[in-house]
Ligand binder design. Structure first.
Ligand code: NDP
Ligand code: MG
Ligand code: MG
Length: 332
């Protein structure tokens, strides 16, 4: 079983005794910087020239510095810029500002796991990854609660890196909910696998294939949209609240029987074999290297895939139908 840590297991005074730089002020960055500050931690935000989020950080009372200056001032540096640019930001502005005994923190392990960032031996390398988007992390903190986090230490140069990691997690409210100990390898590989095989990739492909099957058989796209996409939320909400059991309790017996007999024909041994191949390509670095190469080439294939799905009948149909449903908020 996983090792869990709560408020009583973490000493906030450790992070309160350090100087923290949060690099980036996006989804995660704003939540970490504001909540650490409200936990009595000495925080500065590091942002690049021309940053859109700089004004917001300053309005919210934070001190904003160029990344290199923030890194030089701080002895705990949390990198919360987009994953594909972290290595460049590290090389240009952080690397030369690291001293022995400093700590470098991440919200996701990709750059460490696949060696795009190689911190020096005298520095602690830690991760605090909230299991939710930044605005939820911040809102929960403000309400006196927290979002569960996973935490890891890749390099324990000081011998005290995990205590520091738990202290940081406490500063953003994570230990109020519970912090699970993991490793950079486990976090990175499971995160990539989950989003590819199940959450984003698997689900989009399942919805599209179901929709296309109905439309190709002559059914109206509007009806196919409701059956294959819209209703998915109701099903996922039930699974989220009470697992497969609650979902199956709530749907009709007919739907439940169809689940048992047809589900395994859709996601079958062939699908699982492909999942194992995808996991293998994540583990051996094939995926990460290809993704960073694509990013550095200016995202040619990424933009092609994006465009193709923008014009898919599923999407154009959904745009029309969501206008009929005043309670569906496109902005949310
Ligand atoms: P965002 O895309 O929301 O934010 C990126 C921030 O980085 C922005 O403030 C942006 O500034 C800034 N930025 C961009 N380029 C630079 C640069 N060269 N130097 C300094 N700052 C720069 O990122 P996320 O919060 O989504 O992701 C950050 C990390 O957190 C990633 O490692 C991600 O995997 C991880 N994570 C994200 C989660 C999420 O829910 N989003 C959940 C858990 C982990 P501007 O826009 O002003 O240009
Ligand atoms: Mg992810
Ligand atoms: Mg039905």
């Amino acid at each position: 079983m996983a090792e869990l840590f709560y408020d009583d297991d973490a000493d906030l005074s450790i992070i309160q005794g350090r100087k923290v730089a949060v690099i980036g002020y996006g989804s995660q960055g704003h939540a970490h910087a504001l909540s650490l500050r409200d936990s009595g931690v000495d925080v500065r935000v590091g942002l690049h020239e021309g940053s859109k989020s700089k004004a917001q950080a300053e309005e919210q009372g934070l001190r904003v510095l160029p990344v290199a200056e923030a890194a030089a001032e701080a002895d705990v540096i949390m990198i919360l810029v987009p994953d594909p640019i972290q290595a460049r930001v590290y090389e240009e502005s952080i690397k030369d500002n690291l001293k022995d005994g400093d700590a470098i923190f991440f919200g996701h392990g990709l750059n460490i796991r696949f060696g795009f960032i190689k911190p020096p031996a005298g520095v602690d390398v830690c991760m605090v990854a909230p299991k939710g988007p930044g605005h939820l992390v911040r809102r929960q903190y403000e309400e006196g609660r927290g979002v569960p986090c996973i935490a890891a230490v890749e390099q324990d140069a000081t011998g005290k890196a995990f205590e520091l990691t738990l202290s940081y997690a406490k500063g953003i409210g994570g230990t109020r909910a519970g912090v699970i100990k993991t490793t950079f390898t486990e976090e990175t590989e499971t995160d990539l696998f989950g989003e590819q095989a199940v959450l984003c990739g698997g689900t989009s492909a399942l919805v599209k294939a179901g929709f296309e099957t109905l439309v190709e058989a002559g059914y109206q796209p509007e009806i196919a949209y409701f059956e294959c996409l819209h209703e998915l939320k109701l099903i996922v909400d039930l699974m989220y609240e009470g697992g497969l059991e609650k979902m199956r309790w709530s749907v009709s017996e007919t739907a439940e029987w169809g689940d048992y007999v047809s589900g395994p024909r859709i996601i079958n041994d062939g699908t699982k074999a492909e999942m194992k191949k995808i996991l293998g390509e994540i583990q051996d670095g094939t995926f990460a290297n290809a993704w960073i190469a694509e990013y550095n080439a200016g995202l040619p294939k990424y933009n092609e895939y994006k465009k193709a799905d923008e014009n898919h009948l599923l999407e154009t149909t959904g745009k029309k139908l969501r206008k009929l449903m005043s309670w569906v908020d496109e902005e949310a």
